[in-house]
Write a protein that binds this ligand. Structure first.
Ligand SMILES: [Ca+2]
Length: 482
């Protein structure tokens, strides 16, 4: 009897503790920093077993974090970025891929930065925006007090002495992009941390996205070029290792300022790794991708399942893995809860769920859910209906049903995330259920995804931007000391 009483007591205490922690997290109002690298997969880190690249600081970040091990983003750049901003699937607001009019966030949408501002946070973005350059679509129109950005994919992917837009003004910066962006962020934090209100920082790095041949210091690439790898390998890994060095410098400074007890730092990547164009000794070469068969721009597991490390000293348990099915649109309600605010009329109708119960209670029952993927990527003259099953997938906690090159592929991911045995023919009932679910989703998003969008309008400042970017124009902006 005594034992039962003691067990009941312990169980009650542990339940109260879990519930209490969830309550404590709500409205705790930590500083929040979201670091998102570009085109980096789990395989591009030494922690996953890659022996060609060394990432001691990413490995340390991983070791100090709670990790979401089944975390998904969209198949490519702009879609993922739009979801982080709005908390809803990219097709709901027409950001279906990375080019033409399709990589721009519509003007007037509420964003997470707007919400954080409403919660009295200081808001800032440093890095690659890629959601539109026209008035109404820029970071400063979307809730960011401070912005220091490469405007978009096509405009910005030049790493040495990058031309950035700092609060609306063009600046040609001295140095390599990752160092410049991280340095600018630290310089801003130096003053932001002295203010009463917490800060929300979105830090999407352009690295390790290409180009890999030009604009990277030659000596950074030597060790791979000497082993017979081509520039795509050498440049890519050089950018990963430089990003790692900069991440180390960044975290060291946050620690030196003793910010880690009240700062949540998240590291994710924006889509799976770039998997093409690699050679060794002149022959096609497959790089290490942590067992995933495909990467960026597709709808296989490796296209959307990316690293997601959450570090908050003394609050989130270091070294803990959470295997529940989670996604980028969960950030929106999670950050709102941390900031202690509830939705109001101006809050966009987000789709995600708060992740706080998962972080506070290892036993939390996380209801299963469906995630929907479609590569998009149609040309402006195409009939969008033709893309329903062209390159698409639906995922729940156990299965991924994929439509790819006229094939219907059902994968059981529960036992092995890299399992590629197509079990569709032996499990027709699962295929039918998931396909019906996908079709229902498609009917809902189609009117939004197929809308004709206004054309991209060249901006007055773009001429000056391209002029400044020329090599012969010397950089004039130096990151302020911190
Ligand atoms: Ca990307």
């Amino acid at each position: 009897m005594k034992i039962i009483t003691l067990l009941t007591f312990l169980l009650t205490v542990s339940l109260i503790t879990a519930a209490d922690q969830s309550q404590t997290l709500k409205g705790n109002r930590p500083n929040i920093i979201v670091i998102m690298s570009d085109d980096q997969g789990l395989g591009d880190m030494s922690l996953s077993g890659n022996t060609l690249v060394k990432t001691p600081h990413m490995d340390a970040f991983y070791a100090n974090s709670t990790r979401l091990t089944d975390f998904h983003v969209s198949p490519s750049c702009a879609p993922t970025r739009s979801v982080i901003m709005t908390g809803k699937h990219e097709f709901m607001h027409g950001v279906t891929h990375t080019k033409y009019a399709r990589n721009r966030i519509p003007a007037g949408l509420g964003t997470i930065a707007h919400e954080m501002k409403r919660a009295q946070y200081q808001t800032a973005i440093f890095g690659k925006w890629h959601l539109g350059i026209e008035e109404g679509r820029r970071p400063q129109d979307n809730g960011f007090d401070e912005s220091f950005v490469l405007p978009s994919g096509g405009h910005g992917m030049f790493n040495m002495n990058p031309v950035m837009i700092h609060n609306g003004k063009l600046v040609k910066c001295k140095g390599f992009s990752t160092e410049v962006i991280m340095g600018q962020t630290l310089s801003w934090i130096k003053s932001a941390k002295e203010k009463k209100n917490p800060f929300f920082i979105y830090l999407p790095t352009p690295a390790p996205h290409g180009p890999y041949k030009e604009n990277i210091p030659a000596e950074w690439k030597t060790k791979w070029l000497d082993q017979g790898y081509n520039h795509n390998v050498a440049g890519r890994y050089a950018l990963v290792e430089d990003l790692d060095t900069q991440l180390g410098r960044f975290m060291k400074q946050l620690n030196a300022w003793k910010l880690m007890e009240n700062t949540l730092v998240i590291f994710i990547t924006d889509n799976g790794p770039n998997t093409g164009g690699y050679k060794k000794d002149g022959k096609a070469h497959k790089l290490y991708h942590a067992g995933f068969s495909k990467g960026k721009g597709g709808v296989f597991e490796g296209s959307t399942r990316v690293p997601s490390f959450w570090q908050w000293k003394g609050v989130f348990e270091a070294g803990r893995d959470i295997s529940k099915l989670t996604a980028h649109f969960d950030f929106f309600p999670t950050f709102m809860e941390l900031a202690g605010i509830k939705p109001v009329a101006s809050t966009p109708k987000y789709e995600g769920r708060s992740l706080l119960p998962l972080f506070s209670d290892p036993q939390h029952k996380w209801a299963d859910r469906y995630l929907y993927f479609n590569t998009g990527k149609w040309e402006p003259e195409d009939d969008v209906r033709d893309y329903k099953f062209k390159s698409a997938a639906i995922r729940n906690s156990k299965y991924r049903l994929i439509w790819y090159k006229d094939q219907e592929i059902l994968l059981n991911l529960e036992e092995d995330m890299t399992n590629l045995d197509n079990i569709a023919s032996s499990h027709p009932e699962i295929v039918a259920t998931m396909k019906a679910e996908y079709e229902k989703w498609w009917e809902g998003v189609y009117p939004h995804a197929s809308k004709t969008l206004p054309p991209v309008v060249e901006q007055e400042w773009e001429k000056a931007f391209y002029q400044l970017r020329k090599h012969e124009v010397a950089p004039t902006y130096e990151v302020p000391a911190f």
